[in-house]
Write a protein that binds this ligand. Structure first.
Ligand code: NAD
Length: 351
C-alpha cells in the first residue's frame, strides 16, 4: 500500500506525525506493508519556491492508493492560495465528490448537550464536495469602491446531486442505517435546490427500506442540537455541509476529534482531519491528534484494511474514555505522548 502524506501547515504537521505513528503500528501489528511517502506541499514550500502543487502534482497523487492531508493555512499566505491549490485542487482534480464525515461521540463527558449518551450522537454526514458555492464562478465588478458588485454563483448539476444523494442511500443500505435526511433551502433557493428535492424524491422511491426525510437546513441545525439521536445519515450541499459538520464536531467534543474522507468510490481518495492549522498551537505539542488518527482509520477502512482500522478506532476510544489525551478533551498528555499511548494500545487490542 502506498500513501501520499501531506502534513501541510501548523498543527497539521503535529497531528499527521502521530496519525502516521499509529498507522505504522497497526500495519506492523497485522504484518502489513505500508509505504508512507511525505510530500512537502505547504506554506513553507510555497513561500520558498512559489509552487503550491507541482505541474504534474495531481496526476502524481492519482498513482497512490490514498492521500492523507494534515491541514493547510498560514497567516503568511494572506490569500490562502497554496491551501486552495492543494486542498480544493485535490478535491476538484481527483473528482472527490463525497465528503464523508462521521459524527460519533466517543465519550458522553465530551458532549456539550446535557444528559446525552454516546448512543445519542452517532450519525454520518455526506457533503457534496465538488459543486455548489465553492466552484469559483462569479466575480467582482468595481471592487473596492462603493459601487462594488460581488457575485458568487452556486452550481448544482443533475449528475452532481444525483451521485452524492445516491451515495447516501447506498451507504445507509450497506451499513444498516435506517434513515436518510436530505437538507436544502428549497423554500428560498427555488431553482438550485428544487433540483436537490426532485433528485432526492426520485431516489428515495428506489430505497423503500430506508426512511427518507427532507428538512430545510435551518430546521436541521435546530434539530441536530435538540435531538441528534434522530439522525442516521444526512446528505447536503457543499456550503451547508461545511457548516453543519462543524456543528457535528462540536457535538462530538470539538474539532480535535473530527475525521473526514474525501472520496471518489473506487478511485484514489483523500483523508484529512476536520480541524485547520491552528497557528497559535503549532509545534507546541498540544494539538489533539485524535481527529487525524480517526481520519487515517477511515483511510485504512476504505482501502479494505478493516481489522487495522477497527483496532485504531478502539485504541482511540480507549484513550479518550480513560482521559489519556490532550488538554482540549480534559487530558494532560501532549500530542506526541497521546500518539505513543494510542500506538501502544493498537498492539494490545490485537485479536
Ligand atoms: N482543512 C483544512 O486544512 C482547514 C480547515 C479549517 C481551517 N483551515 C485553515 O486553518 C487556519 C486556522 O483556521 P481556524 O482557526 O479557523 O480553524 P482551526 O481548526 O485551525 O482552529 C479553530 C479552533 O479550534 C482549536 N483546534 C483546532 N484543532 C485542534 C486540535 N487538533 N487540538 C486542539 N484544538 C484544536 C484551535 O485552537 C482553535 O481555537 C486558517 O488558515 C484556515 O483557513 C484549514
Amino acid at each position: 500500500m502506498r500513501i501520499a502524506v501531506i502534513p501541510g501547515d501548523g498543527i497539521g504537521v503535529d497531528t499527521t506525525a502521530e496519525a502516521m505513528k499509529v498507522v505504522r503500528a497497526a500495519a506492523a501489528a497485522y504484518g502489513r506493508r505500508i509505504e508512507l511517502e511525505t510530500l512537502p506541499w505547504s506554506a513553507d514550500h510555497y513561500l520558498k519556491t512559489g509552487v503550491a502543487v507541482p505541474p504534474n502534482g495531481y496526476a502524481m497523487l492519482r498513482e497512490f492508493d490514498a492521500i492523507f492531508i494534515g491541514a493547510l493555512g498560514d497567516p503568511r499566505v494572506a490569500d490562502n492560495r497554496h491551501a486552495r491549490d492543494i486542498l480544493l485542487g485535490t478535491r476538484f482534480e481527483l473528482d472527490l465528490y463525497v465528503n464523508y464525515r462521521p459524527v460519533k461521540l466517543l465519550d458522553a463527558r465530551l458532549c456539550p448537550l446535557k444528559d446525552r449518551s454516546a448512543a445519542d450522537v452517532n450519525f454520518v454526514v455526506f457533503r457534496e464536495n465538488t459543486e455548489g458555492l465553492y466552484v469559483g464562478v462569479g466575480g467582482r465588478f468595481k471592487a473596492g469602491t462603493d459601487d462594488e458588485v460581488a457575485i458568487q454563483e452556486e452550481l448544482n448539476t443533475y449528475k452532481g446531486v444525483h451521485r452524492i444523494v445516491k451515495h447516501a442511500f447506498e451507504f445507509a443500505k450497506a451499513n444498516g442505517r435506517r434513515r436518510v435526511c436530505m437538507a436544502d433551502k428549497s423554500n428560498a433557493m427555488t431553482d438550485g435546490h428544487a433540483l436537490w428535492l426532485r433528485v432526492f424524491k426520485s431516489l428515495a422511491a428506489q430505497y423503500p427500506t430506508v426512511e427518507a426525510r427532507h428538512l430545510y437546513i435551518d430546521a436541521l441545525a435546530l434539530l441536530m442540537v435538540q435531538n441528534p439521536a434522530q439522525f442516521d445519515v444526512i446528505v447536503t450541499n457543499n456550503l451547508f455541509g461545511d457548516i453543519i459538520t462543524d456543528l457535528g464536531a462540536a457535538l462530538q467534543g470539538g474539532l480535535g476529534l473530527a475525521a473526514s474522507g474525501n472520496l471518489h468510490p473506487g478511485r484514489t481518495s483523500m483523508f484529512e482531519p476536520v480541524h485547520g492549522s491552528a497557528p497559535p498551537l503549532a509545534g507546541k505539542n498540544v494539538a489533539n491528534p485524535v481527529g487525524a488518527m480517526l481520519s487515517a482509520a477511515l483511510m485504512l477502512d476504505y482501502l479494505g484494511w478493516d481489522a487495522e482500522a477497527a483496532a485504531m478506532e478502539t485504541a482511540v476510544r480507549d484513550a479518550v474514555v480513560s482521559g489519556s489525551g490532550t488538554p482540549d478533551i480534559g487530558g494532560s498528555l501532549g500530542t506526541r505522548e497521546t500518539g505513543d499511548y494510542i500506538a501502544a494500545r493498537v498492539q494490545k487490542n490485537l485479536p
